[in-house]
Design a protein around this ligand. Structure first.
Ligand SMILES: [Zn+2]
Ligand SMILES: [Zn+2]
Length: 401
């Protein structure tokens, strides 16, 4: 077997060869932003690119027409997978930079597969749609799309360089109140006011916020507040997100939100329903061994990682659920716009800058090199797996936190 350093050189050379193509594809996806589960163009483009490079590509997986699963090489194990997100945001386009994630992961898979000696393992690229709004990876897990993948790697454009960032467990709730309509001026005493119940619920949640752990978040909107000011509202509805680093803490908070709604229902005479919307997100379980390898590579390629709070400025992502099934990395790299946060027009502009392209190229190399280290070095695999098992045991089973 060739020395690791030789193979690393091969990976980097291959990445440099395909880099212009990655920039082209990133621009095409940027110029044609597609919302979650509508990413036909992006998935098709990446699938064709991988097929050209010898990957077997299965496009459209079960109930997910814009997901794909591509692989090359064997035997089946060891294996590594790169995650390509490609959905855009409504009204903002690629203001989260998923077009850069898409081509960095596809490029990493292609360069690694090209440089890998025969028989060294299997390289996967997974097209993972609808990260922003629908938790596409959670449905892909249900569809068994990650079968055979031992470890999953991706990077995310950001405002800082951080090898490890946690994410929050999250559940979205739909809360509705049922009262009784009446003329708001002529006979208000005959009505039961479902809007009052909703306003009291939000007031109770505001009070509750003072008593919850620092990492927890509760936030929401009223999606139906009544029909007309001269009718006592008989029906109101809200969407409320509950988040916490740990799944159990999130579940406890959901019960406290339920108590807020129950109290408001009792105070107003309304009845209420509370149900969950979509799948629950798990918090990201980091793998420091893999993240450390990625960090070493990006630093050798010229970026400087920063001291940071792993739990500061974080949201939720469907990679959290995957992190409970296999070791993952989801490092963040700044694309030059330190003032403009993701999901803003400023970040959207930065995504197509030359600096963003340069960082995408470094990320793609570092992802491929991390994958190479994992496939070639059995000691690394043992360490990565041991850390994953141990973290899962601490949580009392890998699927719960
Ligand atoms: Zn986003
Ligand atoms: Zn994103």
């Amino acid at each position: 077997m060739e020395q690791m350093a030789q193979l690393e050189k091969k990976v980097v050379a291959e990445m440099e060869r395909i880099f212009p193509r990655l920039v082209d594809m990133a621009r095409t996806i940027y110029e044609h932003p597609e919302l979650g589960y509508e990413e036909r163009k992006a998935a098709g483009l990446l699938g064709a690119f991988l097929k050209e490079r010898g990957f077997q590509v299965a496009a459209g997986l079960g109930s997910l027409p814009t997901a794909f699963r591509a692989f090359q090489g064997g035997p089946e194990r060891p294996s590594v997978g790169f995650l390509a997100e490609y959905d855009a945001l409504p009204g903002l386009g690629h203001a989260c930079g998923h077009n850069l994630i898409a081509v960095a992961s596809a490029g990493a898979g292609a360069a690694l597969a090209a440089a890998l000696p025969n028989g060294a393992g299997r390289v996967f690229v997974l097209g993972t749609p609808a990260e922003e709004m629908h938790g596409g990876k959670i449905r892909m897990i249900q569809e068994k799309a990650f079968e055979g993948v031992e470890a999953a790697l991706m990077f995310h454009p950001s405002v800082r360089n951080a090898a490890v960032k946690r994410t929050l467990a999250m559940t979205e709730l739909k809360v509705s109140f049922h009262g009784k309509s009446s003329h708001a001026a002529a006979a208000p005493e005959l009505g039961i006011n479902a809007l009052d119940a909703m306003v009291l619920t939000f007031s109770a949640i505001n009070a509750l916020r003072q008593q919850i752990p620092e990492d927890a978040r509760i936030h929401g909107i009223i999606t139906c507040g009544g029909d007309a000011p001269n009718i006592i509202p008989a029906f109101t509805e809200a969407r409320i997100a509950v988040r916490s680093l740990e799944h159990r803490a999130m579940e406890a908070l959901i019960e406290r939100v339920r108590a807020c709604a129950a109290g408001a229902a009792q105070a107003t005479g309304c009845s209420f329903d509370m149900e969950t919307v979509g799948p629950a997100y798990e918090g990201l379980l980091p793998n420091y061994t893999l993240a450390g390898l990625f960090e070493k590579h990006v630093e050798a390629l010229g970026l400087v990682m920063e001291d940071h709070d792993e739990t500061g400025y974080i949201g939720s992502s469907d990679i959290g659920n995957l992190s409970r099934l296999m070791p993952v990395i989801h490092p963040e790299l700044t694309i030059g716009a330190r003032e403009a946060l993701p999901h803003t027009t400023g970040f959207c502009d930065a995504v197509q800058s030359e600096e963003a392209q340069r960082v995408m190229g470094i990320a793609a190399k570092a992802l491929a090199l991390t994958g190479l280290n994992y496939l070639i070095d059995p000691d690394i695999r043992t360490k990565v797996r041991a850390e994953f098992e141990e973290a899962g045991q601490k949580l009392g089973g890998a699927n719960r936190s």
